[in-house]
Write a protein that binds this ligand. Sequence first.
Ligand code: PGA
Length: 233
Amino acid sequence: MKHLIAANWKMNPQTMAEAKRLFNSVKEGIKNIKNVEIVICPPFVYLSSFKFQVPGFRLGAQDCFWENPPTGEGAFTGEISPAMLRNLAVKYAIIGHSERRKYQKETDEMVNKKIKTALKNDLKPVLCIENVSQVKRGLEGISKEGLKNMVIAYEPVFAIGTGKPCSPEKAEKVRKAIKSATNADIPILYGGSVNSQNAGSYIEKAGFQGLLVGGASLNPEEFIKIVKNVSRA
Ligand code: PGA
């Protein structure tokens, strides 16, 4: 199975020109890498300009809403439906990121609804969790078929944006616990202060199928190194 590296740009950069520059630098640096799927997750407002078909790259959103017309009829100010994302060639959607759980007060119930609607609309949800009970609640009622299109990202909050990554040993334990809780072959990513020094260890030592990279994905040189290290792992 291919490794998967998702770049979570969060609320960056501040202009379209910078976003294009960032993507182009990454693209230039990562040619001919065949064993890694790279998912670029820019803010919603840049997605339409990235409606790309670049080999090896996919587009991801950082969230999506749990209603999708005709059921929701569109009266949800400020929200973005999975169908809108699919129409922009978006393939993945990060759902339940800890920053959304914290600042937008997203609950496991909301996360579960978002996953269900995303799956119905052919988006692959990347469910972010920090413990096994969030996995169980997030995946409640999702069919075996649905689980085949899921990705899970283990993101311990203490490691996010702090420069204090989780040790590969501890991360591996949680990865195994997630695997036995889901009883399905779902790719599991690690996220939290990933950099070019530690990226390979989460794949080689801890057995993750990929990475969710925040801060380091905004630095093209660093991100390119991460991808190359994972490709060699
Ligand atoms: P970080 O963020 O790599 O900056 O720690 C990861 C994330 O929030 O997905």
